[in-house]
Design a protein around this ligand. Structure first.
Ligand code: ZN
Length: 242
């Protein structure tokens, strides 16, 4: 009998483009978050739920966060509608040890900005460039099972300079047909939490149906799971016996 507990994943989606744009709805009829959740749900060892912006507390109540080991985050149109109180709660959970996977346009999400302490700005172009994501850290668990690169036939371009603090680990560098490059997969630790930013995933392309993109997100969830939840504290302590 196995006593290994599944990794509890909450896939958070803004879920607005899918309601407003028929082109996006045709690619993701149940929403991008559901496509990501379905892919993770097919992996052994994950227990997956979803949460979206328009639910009460954006679907991120204390009860849900208490049962979340790793949170994935996709947002774009409505970063400002995410309540500061929810962002503060998520940030505290990350510092306690919850993993966070930040996807595509969530580079400008309140939670990523607050954890990075930087501009998180970049250049962009929506012109169906080809993207090649080169693996630059082949021994890393996030790229397990991949070849030297992932190729996406059409994606939005994101270009440097990317306004992030120097990553702890750089996992992917993207090249685009326009000649730009971008640090498209990177990790940081904040407190006891592990954070992975992963660039691809523009809403008008079927990126989250791509098996290798799904593989990276699954690998990243497993990597970001620390199993820790350490409450922040600054105790006044007595000396130890010498
Ligand atoms: Zn985009």
């Amino acid at each position: 009998m196995s006593t290994v507990q599944p990794i509890r994943v909450t896939v958070w989606g803004e879920f607005r483009h899918e309601k407003n744009n028929p082109k996006v709805a045709a690619i993701y009829p149940q929403g991008m978050h559901q496509t990501i959740a379905d892919a993770l749900g097919r992996c052994a060892g994950f227990s997956v739920r979803t949460a979206t912006l328009d639910e009460p507390e954006h679907g991120l109540s204390d009860a849900v966060l208490d049962q979340t080991d790793v949170l994935t985050w996709w947002g774009h149109l409505a970063h400002d509608e995410v309540a500061d109180a929810v962002v503060a709660k998520v940030r505290r959970r990350v510092l306690e040890g919850m993993g966070l996977i930040v996807l595509h346009s969530a580079h400008y999400s309140k939670i990523f900005l607050s954890l990075m302490g930087d501009t998180c700005s970049l250049s962009w172009r929506e012109a169906s460039d080809k993207e090649r994501l080169w693996v630059v850290c082949p021994s890393h668990p996030i790229v397990r099972g991949l070849g030297p690169f992932i190729e996406l036939p059409t994606e939005e371009m994101y270009g440097e300079p990317f306004g992030i603090p120097t990553p702890d680990e750089l996992i992917f560098i993207s090249w685009f047909t326009g000649g730009e490059v971008f640090r498209s997969g990177a990790t940081w630790r904040r407190g006891n939490g592990r954070i992975f930013y992963f660039r691809p995933g523009h809403e008008t392309y079927p990126t989250y149906h791509h098996p290798e993109i799904q593989q990276v997100i699954a690998n990243a969830v497993a990597w970001a799971h620390s199993g820790l939840r350490i409450k922040d504290d600054a105790p006044n302590v007595s000396p130890q016996k010498p």
